[in-house]
Design a protein around this ligand. Structure first.
Ligand code: SF4
Length: 340
């Protein structure tokens, strides 16, 4: 009997950015062959009660024909309808004047934009020159069309003071008042992000909790809930449970443009690969999905957190982690990296 609901996010078009915090990891842009969408849905259809299909994992609406693409995602989904999120392509917002109208037409009222500070540091983090100016222009386009921007900011030792200037910029642009004018709220929030994917490489620059400037703390997401690595090491030192990701009836898969299939648990690295649509039989690949039988999860299910802490934790470190699970995921990926 087919009981599980499946959500598929396929990297059909890629992403114009190469953000240094990208949890998915950097992958080449390679458009998947025409018809891949239907082929992927048909591959899973016999095994799932419903399938919600998205033609993007990375940048939404990166393709030229994003209107037809959205309709097509709806059309090929099975017993389900894809949703819009508070996500959009700022790359497209500044290049295509019709795009913002499309966002309005599908009910988008807020869009998250990601900054790392002001111009130089944001361009460096996003991986291309001009990104910061595009984010500012995207902000203006959104507000003009009564869509509230939400500025998300990743903090590290490299940008901690520069974020003060970014905060001033948001005030200088009067974004809060201008969003109030059309009944929406502008938000500015800071966090450190998880420590997987590309962001793992920034572990040496993860900021110490005590180095976060007082002016920024009110904007830090749930700052009182954050912990230092030392506190987490102490807290988890005797934890005999295992940190294994697990699905119930709702399963989400990320599909790379090579047709490699991953859960959406953490980054899309080889140890987390479930299989490949072109080379694996669907019955076998679905068996691995349902039984959660992949190399990384075998390690996760057999390694107590206390062992992860002992082997990979740094009890002297004051680096900030936003939640306990982010830290467990970091430790688990360190263990997995050491074994593969
Ligand atoms: S974080 Fe998003 S926009 Fe940045 S590289 Fe990754 S997928 Fe692309």
């Amino acid at each position: 009997m087919k009981t599980n609901n499946l959500t598929i996010s396929a990297d059909i078009y890629g992403c114009p950015n190469r953000c240094k915090h990208c949890w998915l990891g950097h992958m080449p842009n390679r458009k998947m062959p025409d018809g891949s969408d239907e082929m992927i849905v048909n591959y899973f259809k016999p095994h799932f009660h419903s399938i919600t299909f998205y033609s993007w994992v990375r940048e939404p609406d990166y393709c030229e024909n994003y209107v037809e693409r959205w309709q097509r995602d709806i059309q090929i989904s099975v017993n389900a309808k894809p949703q819009r999120f508070e996500l959009a392509s700022f790359w497209r917002l500044v290049r295509d004047k019709n795009y913002v109208r499309f966002l309005k037409s599908v009910g988008v009222n807020k869009v998250q934009l990601t900054f790392f500070g002001t111009e130089e540091i944001t361009d460096w983090y996003i991986g291309r020159k001009g990104a910061y100016q595009e984010l500012l222009r995207a902000t203006e386009i959104l507000i003009k069309n009564k869509i509230a921007p939400r500025w998300q900011v990743f903090i590290s030792t490299k940008n901690a003071t520069d974020i003060i200037k970014l905060l001033s910029k948001s005030k200088e642009l009067n974004l809060s008042e201008r969003c109030k004018d059309f009944g929406e709220k502008f938000s500015f929030f800071i966090h450190s992000g998880s420590c997987d994917g590309e962001n793992r490489k920034l572990y040496p620059f993860r900021i110490n909790r005590e180095d976060i400037l007082a002016e920024l703390i009110p904007y830090y997401n749930n700052f009182s809930e954050t912990k230092t690595e030392a506190e987490l090491c102490e807290f988890l030192a005797k934890d005999s449970t295992c940190f294994a990701y697990h699905n119930e009836n709702e399963i989400t898969l990320n599909i790379a443009n090579s047709f490699d299939v991953y859960f959406n648990f953490t980054h899309m690295r080889p140890e987390w690969k479930i299989g490949n649509i072109l080379t694996d039989k669907s019955s076998e690949l679905v068996r691995r999905i349902i039984n959660e039988d992949i190399p990384a999860l075998r390690v996760a299910k057999n390694t107590p957190v206390s062992k992860l802490v002992k082997q990979f934790g740094d009890p002297q470190s004051h680096k900030i982690f936003d939640c306990v699970d982010d830290y467990k995921a970091y430790l688990l990926n360190e263990m997995i990296r050491s074994q593969f």
